[in-house]
Write a protein that binds this ligand. Sequence first.
Ligand code: P6P
Length: 333
Amino acid sequence: MPGTHGLTLTAHIRNTQSLHPEARGELSALLTQVGVAGKMISSKVNMAGLLGVLGSTGKINVQGEIVQKLDEMAEDVMQDIVGGSGLVCAMLSEERKDILEIETGGRYVIAYDPLDGSSNIDANVSIGTIFSIFRKLSPGTEVTRADTMQKGCEQVAAGYILYGSSTVFVYTAGEGVHGFTLDPSVGEYILSHPDIRLDGKCKCFSINQCNAPYWDAWVHDWIARVMERNDADKRRISGRHIGSLVADFHRNLIYGGVFAYPTDARSPKGKLRLMYEASPLAFIAEQAGGYASDGRISILDLEPEELHHRTGLIIGNRPEVELAEDCVGRASI
Ligand code: P6P
């Protein structure tokens, strides 16, 4: 049992591993390495204004988005610390067009957004690293599509490191969702949010209202049906949206809430990416008792069509997400 000094992330990961006698410790080592990368990125993000690393590089990435200087830094850290761990055979990154195959031939594949929400960096808004881990399926050392284009339900672990008022590492390895706060004085993540649950009341509603002119009709119907719970007696749900997915998701995970970025006329396939944004957060949401959908089916059941597959996303308390699916269904009749 942890004493007054708390349980470290490393100890928690090892304890989770002990639930699987067949485990060889490689996933534990990989999660620990992701944590190390998060500490390095956190130290740079927290000093960004002083290191001359704010602002953009002037480059445009494969997504057609402006690359921030900290995006490049975070990508470099992930390649060095995770790619150099000998534990992964392939890395899928939001910042790179193609898959990076790693010669050392580890047994895992990692998909990640090195710095989600980075367009908010100059305003000191919380941003984060989102990651999704799969087991290599094909025999031998060759990396195949079967290894990299796996459905979300095949994930063995997922999580994010949120660089906010404190740095928080949140992960699941299929045994619930647990959060750790970085103690910068010792450089250790300490368990601060054991067994996070997303099955209480939905208190926050997160959507970019300025996309309303582009929404399908069902979104307006869904919002109206959610807002019915606010009446003269009480405001039961409030709007909270900061435009940084990882920060919006974390707030909703802790307080209870639903986030939506549905497909719309501007983004008919969706804006958010399946492999390294929607899928890992969906794994976390479901492990915490919530749910994530593209409006029709679970995010975890979507078949990836390409590396940077985009999708609509409604994620958070299960009743509100299922209500969205009901609205979609009614609109298609
Ligand atoms: P919009 C950040 O660029 C991001 O990928 C997510 O973190 C965020 O939720 C979304 O885009 C914001 O997009 O169109 O509302 O500005």
